[in-house]
Design a binder for this molecule. Structure first.
Ligand code: PEP
Ligand code: MG
Length: 590
């Protein structure tokens, strides 16, 4: 913990943009990412013996880094984090594993980087699929370790392994960086750039890590040993706080933790409005190990599993069996509740090194999501087969991202049929009647919702992208963040059109964008007739409180008022006033 003598600098208070709720305080860790595209590295080893020597050297270097990090950590934290370092060192000292890697280099004449990436990914997959939480967490230690070994092999010095809990400060963070840190050491993320709906931010929220975007290149200005407080509710950043400020934020942190506890305690109640309308509340999950979050938060199922994160964690394409295991676990744990599995949404800000689209000039308008999948039918069908097999075990809906034309739906159906035929040929069991849904996140999909509704069984409104595409505002660019507002009447009009189309054709409709978790958004969406919401698990208790306080007939009146307004600000204000009046004690932290 901070002491005055250790940080005798002047307090600086700045206003940034809050992106993931929570208050964090601690020493700063300045992170300089360096992307490596493994697929661009030579995979063939001309001289396997030389590769083995390189591997031995990298192994020794990582062991030294780990010992150093452990010593550093022990000086301040005793043995609190020793299991992480010990697990990683144990893996590097495991003769069987080391021999397996060397044998693969020798026999396949493959480079050490490729072999390490493949074998350690298999190991982390194995751990991630175990029941026991302790063992599942080991998967993250292996993912860390793999990254360290690869960096040591290519001679790059980036450390994802923090030796003490820190606020990670970086110019920007990719989703892949976000998952490569060990969670136990990250107190918060502070980035120079980023947006509220950037995928790295959504992951941070999924991992319950407070985050703020500073917008002023703090990563170049802050000193290595500065102490920082970030307020992920308001966006405040405090560098080298006085003892008085520090105490104030410690009290605030405690206060918020207590509020969360209170909300969670009442979260077991049903999500029913005072006029008796039952609302479905689902959770968005980012990583397979969040599988229990649905139950923990008393939700009704999983409304969005962003499967691309499995690929992102591994930097490679997991095979059908691995994916099947992951989906099976999630589906079984949630049965009979629904599990909406979204097929790979790569591209945009999700560039996966060694897999999928690479850098493009306009990535959000580029080779993304369903476009990528239809161009790579083998990758797509592998995933579809795995999902179809898992779907016999529960209630699965397949969801396709970024649809903008009917042909994409038709082609996807044809590939699902092919995947089914392939499973049949192998005598593997599958559900031949899995509902197919589409994300409504392009203007084309929303405008044409009535037509799409005749061809699919489910709509999920993706406001993160819908807003960026309707308003032509990059969701990751903080410079234009003030224009990015889902309360914009044009965006709301398309949401309403989508809900109406679903109702008319009698198909299910939900919302899974970040907007749907805001109390004032819930009010207006209930007014539009929406009865299902999917959101990050930590927002479920608050959403439940909101739903239990809002009469849907009053929400219809609100929507009728909103329709007369022409600007985002007016709409947002109207909705906010409405919620504040009906739920005065709502904790309006964000
Ligand atoms: C969305 O676009 O609203 C959405 C939920 O998908 P993602 O954030 O993964 O792009
Ligand atoms: Mg999207």
């Amino acid at each position: 913990m901070k002491t005055k003598s250790k940080f005798p600098k002047k307090e600086v208070i700045l206003e940034g943009m809050p992106t993931s709720p929570g208050i964090a305080m601690g020493p700063v860790y300045i992170f300089n990412p360096y992307p490596i595209n493994i697929s661009e590295l030579e995979s063939e080893a001309k001289d396997p013996r030389q590769e083995i020597l390189l591997f031995d050297r990298a192994r020794r270097r990582v062991l030294e880094q780990l010992k150093f990090a452990q010593e550093n950590s022990e000086t301040s934290y005793g043995d609190k984090f020793s299991d992480i370092f010990e697990t990683q060192q144990a893996f590097l000292n495991d003769q069987v594993l080391m021999d397996e890697i060397k044998k693969a280099i020798q026999e396949k004449a493959q480079s050490a980087v490729h072999v390490v990436a493949e074998i350690l990914a298999q190991k982390s997959d194995y751990f991630i699929n175990l029941e026991n939480t302790y063992f599942r967490e080991r998967a993250f230690d292996i993912i860390d370790l793999k990254q360290k070994l690869i960096l040591a092999l290519v001679g790059i010095n980036i450390d994802y392994q923090l030796s003490r809990p820190s606020i990670v400060l970086a110019e920007s963070l990719s989703p892949s960086d976000t998952v490569h840190f060990n969670r136990k050491f990250i107190l918060g993320f502070l980035t120079d750039k980023g947006g509220k709906t950037a995928h790295a931010t959504i992951l941070a929220r999924g991992l319950r890590i407070p985050a703020v975007v500073n917008r002023i290149s703090l990563s170049k200005l802050v000193n290595r040993n500065d102490f920082i407080i970030i307020d992920g509710f308001k966006g405040t950043i405090i560098i080298n706080p006085t003892d008085e400020t520090l105490e104030k934020y410690q009290r605030l942190q405690q206060h918020y933790q207590n509020l969360d506890k209170d909300l969670i305690e009442t979260a077991g109640q049903k999500a029913v409005t005072p006029d008796g309308q039952e609302i479905q509340l689902l959770v968005n999950i980012e990583l397979p190990n969040e599988v229990d979050d649905n139950k923990n938060y008393f939700a009704d199922g999983i409304g969005l599993f962003r499967t691309e994160n499995i690929f992102l964690q591994h930097n490679y394409e997991p095979d059908e069996e691995t994916q099947f295991q992951i989906y099976t676990k999630i589906v079984e744990k949630n049965a009979p509740d629904p599990v909406v599995i979204r097929t790979i949404d790569v591209g945009g800000d999700k560039m996966i090194e060694g897999f999928g689209p690479q850098r493009e000039l306009n990535p959000y308008l580029g080779w993304r999501a369903i476009r990528f999948c239809l161009d790579r039918p083998e990758i797509f069908k592998t995933q579809l087969r795995a999902i179809l097999r898992a779907s016999v075990l529960g209630n699965v809906i397949i969801l396709i991202p970024m649809v903008s034309s009917l042909e994409e739906v038709v082609q996807t159906k044809a590939l699902i049929q092919e995947a089914q035929n392939e499973l049949k040929a192998k005598n593997l069991r599958f559900n031949d009647n899995v509902p197919l849904g589409i994300m409504i996140e392009t203007p084309a999909a929303a405008i044409y919702a009535d037509i799409f509704a005749r061809h699919v069984d489910y709509f999920s409104i993706g406001t993160n992208d819908l807003t960026q595409y309707v308003l032509a505002i990059d969701r990751t660019n903080d410079r234009v963040a003030r224009y990015y507002n889902s309360f914009n009447p044009a965006v709301l009009l398309l949401m309403h059109k989508t809900i109406q189309a679903a109702k008319k054709r009698n198909i299910a409709v939900s919302i899974c964008g970040e907007f749907g978790a805001l109390p004032e958004a819930i009010a207006v969406l209930l007014g539009m007739g929406l009865r299902s919401f999917s959101m990050s698990p930590q927002f479920i208790p608050r959403a439940k409180k909101v739903i239990r306080s809002l009469d849907t007939r009053k929400c219809v009146d609100l929507f009728n008022e909103v329709k007369k307004l022409n600007t985002s600000i007016q709409v947002e204000q109207k909705c906010r006033e409405f919620v504040r009046e009906l739920i005065p004690d709502l904790n309006s932290r964000d």
